[in-house]
Write a protein that binds this ligand. Structure first.
Ligand SMILES: Cc1cc2nc3c(=O)[nH]c(=O)nc-3n(C[C@H](O)[C@H](O)[C@H](O)COP(=O)(O)O)c2cc1C
Length: 555
């Protein structure tokens, strides 16, 4: 397939539009890979090409039919149009139409048509000229970005132009609003996702046509109008009232504030204070019910204060380093209420905005540790339920309790069918059923009960070995953004400490249980083994908040 790209941005290949064009070309390559068909691409950049304005002399029709009197790069452009199977027009929207340089190039196509008044098939019906060359079989793609929040309504001029040039419905078009966002590293996750759809469009284009789902995705806004316009206004870095230039860290903070998701307002205003330590500048973002605002006078009572070098926060925003990873490496500190950090993705869109899409890719347990239908997260009940039934019911009546435990081990996974299952849920089912069968077969309670605690403890301890994911992490990740949390070093460290503590408790429990059960106060074993885990549960609830906050403070 021979493709000729006519890129009409004065910014050339550094432009926003060209990113879409490059993605579309990549899609075409992917689509044709393995088909045996080669992809050859030629390009012209109007920013560099010497294509002068048409003189309106009609020499190309009268004096030298088919030849323009201006000798410049346009002859080569026409040769390439005639060479190509696909002509890809790529340009930014300028004043609701194509940029001037590209308009010159379009005008200079006059030698390609004959002077007679006769319309080609598929043209608009308002008059036209027949082509001088056989253009049948050539296809046209139009790709453009614009600066307003939407492409809708802004491309009427462009559509009209290409309807006349190619015929209505005779070309493929991708028009995208919010084009300037493609050059912002901090938003690369969202724009990258969009570019992914452009690539898919390229692939589908050569395989028969762009699919409906891809078209829908391409017509979605990158961000809501409110977020985009606020963000765009802030990006000029000029104070609205004074017109004065603002410091770069303030511009950055304003842009960050625009990504606030007010739909997740927690019921009271939060004040995030950004202290850029290397610049010694401090700004506050008030996260309110109706939106965010940036304060430069430090007048609000701070909820959470981030002390960071500007460059570090810039890298985090650009997605070069994960925020939680940078925190674990102590590249910045967090003082005050740490819960804002824990819920960062709920409060701010941006790199974390595409959770749903990213999550859906991970459906089915991307890391291979979770199994089953992924509609809901993991559940503590699946892990603890069968053990609880065994310890309580079998403690009261060994036979009935054992039968109940087997029932619980078999039924709970069915009742919780929509939850992800972990390997520990499965081990639990097997172990509880096995211990219950042992009890039913007459193995004494003084053996079975301590053995059950040992099995439970070994399961916890095993999850702490080597680089494996500590057991508590599988269940508490539901409160911290799902499986993404497993990439958070601080989250993992907190859970590793907790899992080790629980392992120690349950590896010691069988020892005292065995001895207590051999004494006259054997009936107290159950009470001891209920109180200690309860105390440990309270400690866990406190520790999982306290420890990350302590690390974040830099203590
Ligand atoms: C002179 C000029 C005129 C523009 N006119 C419009 C316009 O009418 N509508 C619009 O949405 N954006 C307009 N824009 C914004 C560009 O279309 C937008 O920034 C585009 O993404 C730039 O793409 P590029 O980097 O590929 O050149 C204009 C930009 C310039 C410089």
């Amino acid at each position: 397939m021979k493709i000729f790209v006519i890129n009409g941005s004065p910014r050339g290949t550094a432009g926003n539009t060209y990113r879409l064009t490059a993605a579309f070309l990549e899609g075409i390559r992917q689509g044709l890979s393995g088909s045996g068909e080669e992809v050859a691409v030629k390009e012209t950049q109007t920013a560099r090409a010497d294509v002068r304005p048409c003189l309106g002399c009609f020499s190309c029709w009268k004096k030298t039919p088919g030849k323009c009197c201006i000798l410049d790069d346009m002859q080569e452009v026409i040769e390439n149009i005639l060479w190509a199977d696909v002509i890809l027009w790529s340009f930014p929207l300028y004043y609701f139409t194509v940029p001037g340089g590209l308009k010159n190039l379009i005008d200079r196509q006059l030698p390609m048509v004959l002077p007679f008044m006769s319309e080609r098939e598929g043209q608009t019906g308002n008059g036209g000229h027949p082509s001088r060359y056989d253009m049948s079989g050539k296809r046209t793609v139009v790709i453009s970005t614009c600066g307003f929040y939407t492409a809708q309504g802004n491309y009427d001029g462009v559509k009209s132009l290409f309807d006349h040039l190619c015929g209505k419905g005779q070309y493929e078009a991708i028009f995208c609003g919010q084009g300037e966002l493609f050059r912002v590293p901090a938003l690369s996750q969202r724009t990258g996702e969009y570019l992914g759809y452009v690539e898919t469009a390229g692939e589908e284009y050569v395989k028969g046509g762009i699919g409906e789902k891809t078209r829908e995705k391409l017509s979605e806004l990158l961000y809501s109008r409110e977020v985009f316009e606020g963000w765009a206004d802030a990006s000029w870095g000029v104070d609205r009232e004074s017109g004065e230039k603002e410091p770069k860290a303030l511009i950055f903070t304003r842009q960050m504030a625009m990504l606030y998701r007010k739909e997740n307002y927690p019921g009271k205003d939060l004040v995030l204070e950004m202290h850029y330590t290397d610049l010694d500048e401090c700004y506050q973002i008030v996260l309110g019910k109706d939106g965010s605002k940036v304060l430069t006078d430090g007048s609000a009572a701070t909820t959470t204060r981030i002390e960071t070098p500007y460059s570090v926060w810039l890298s985090i925003a650009a997605g070069e380093i994960r925020g939680d990873e940078a925190l674990a490496k102590r590249l910045y500190k967090v003082k005050g209420d740490f819960s804002l950090m824990m819920n960062w993705d709920a409060y701010f869109s941006g790199q974390g905005d595409q959770k749903e899409t990213a999550g859906s890719e991970k459906q089915g347990g991307g890391n291979g540790i979770c199994f089953g239908l992924p509609a809901k997260g993991t559940s503590w009940i699946l892990l603890l339920g069968p053990w609880m039934v065994f310890w309580i019911a079998a403690g009261i009546d060994s036979r009935m309790g054992s039968l109940l435990s087997i029932g619980a081990a078999a039924l709970l996974p069915l009742l919780f069918y929509a939850h992800k299952k972990t390997i520990y849920d499965m081990m639990t089912g097997t172990m509880v059923a096995g211990l219950s069968v042992a009890a039913l077969m007459g193995v004494p309670e003084r053996i079975v009960l301590p053995l059950s605690y040992l099995c439970f403890g070994l399961m916890w301890a095993g999850s702490c070995l080597g680089k494996s994911v500590p057991l508590t992490a599988f269940y508490s990740m539901n409160d911290y953004g799902g499986e993404d949390a497993l990439l958070n070093p601080l989250f993992m460290k907190t859970n590793r400490i907790l899992t080790v503590m629980w392992s120690v408790l349950y590896l010691l429990t069988p020892i005292w249980t065995y001895f207590i059960m051999g004494t006259e106060i054997g009936y107290l074993a159950g009470a001891v083994n209920s109180v200690l885990p309860m105390a440990m549960g309270v400690f866990t609830a406190w520790f999982r908040k306290w420890y990350p906050a302590k690390v974040a403070r830099g203590d």
